[in-house]
Design a protein around this ligand. Structure first.
Ligand SMILES: [Zn+2]
Length: 111
């Protein structure tokens, strides 16, 4: 249920940037390696935004490709179909380096 805390942060960031104006939509980027579920975020969003300037605002989701860092040759490479083998040195020791977060990309407000 970590979607609750990320949704709270999303709402806080969106309201801060809206500066009192009503929010029309919020564009989110979700990393492919993160475990955030769109539907859960949307559910919490409806609940948390009720009674705020963000009530009724639409959430738009975009995906960010996952990226891994090889622990042996220290090169970054994109994740392809959950294949965690480094294409440079064939090492299987890699850690997520990108695409594991969820963040607010932009917001739209009603003028
Ligand atoms: Zn490597």
């Amino acid at each position: 249920m970590h979607e609750l805390s990320i949704t709270e942060s999303i709402l806080e960031i969106a309201l801060r940037h809206a500066a009192g104006r009503r929010l029309a939509s919020v564009h989110l980027v979700i990393g492919e390696l993160s475990s955030y579920v769109d539907e859960s975020i949307e559910l919490f969003w409806k609940e948390l935004s009720t009674g705020t300037a963000a009530e009724g605002a639409v959430l738009q989701f975009a995906r960010e490709p996952g990226e891994l860092l090889c622990l042996d040759c220290h090169q970054r490479f994109p994740v392809r179909s959950r294949d965690f083998i480094c294409p440079h040195c064939q090492s299987a020791s890699a850690l997520p380096a990108g695409g594991k977060d969820c963040y607010v990309d932009s917001i739209e407000v009603f003028e």
